[in-house]
Structure formats: structure tokens, C-alpha cells
Design a protein around this ligand. Sequence first.
Ligand SMILES: [Zn+2]
Length: 111
Amino acid sequence: MRKCPICNKGNLENVSDITLEIEGYIFIVKGERCTSCNEEFPHQEEAQRTISVARRLGVWPESLKLYRHLSKSGGGLVFRIPSDLEKQLKLSEKTEIAISKVGNKIVIEAG
Ligand SMILES: [Zn+2]
């Protein structure tokens, strides 16, 4: 069993009742849940499926977490913005981005 990367105490259990609420739509997906802090990790393919359903409904899953790897470029780490978000927020290379650290989270705001 995998240890929870959030609290480092609990184990991740397979569950099939993770509830994702996206703009009033409820999606039930499979994934893993921490036995200690109850953090939920939807399976990648389930998350992708949910995203495409949400997209068809015309909503972007605001509350849905996307797990991505950073890539290395020019000695720094690069985070690629999902193209849906790029379109929805009308981002371009001229967009000014504000990055702040909130606890152990990174918040990216497009100006
Ligand atoms: Zn945990």
C-alpha cells in the first residue's frame, strides 16, 4: 500500500466513491483515499474522463486537481498550463502571472 504524500501518515486505500463536484454536477469516480487525512486521489484516467464529460457540459472542473510533472528547462522547472485553461482564461505569452505560496500549495493567478 502506498503512503499518503500529503500527511505521510495514512495509507492510500482503493475506493470507488470519490465525489467530484464540478459547478453543481456530481461525478463519482474511482481512486484512492488516505486512511488518515482523507485526502482523495482520483485515478488519472477517471479524472481525464471526468474532465472530458465536464468539457462537454461546458464547465471546467475548478475543484478537480490535475497531477502533472514539471519539466526541466534551462536549469529551471517548467509547468505547462493545460490548453483548456489557456483558452478559457485567454492566456498568452504576454499574460502576467502572479505566483504565491499558500502553505504547501502554489497559487498561480493570471493578471
Ligand atoms: Zn493523508
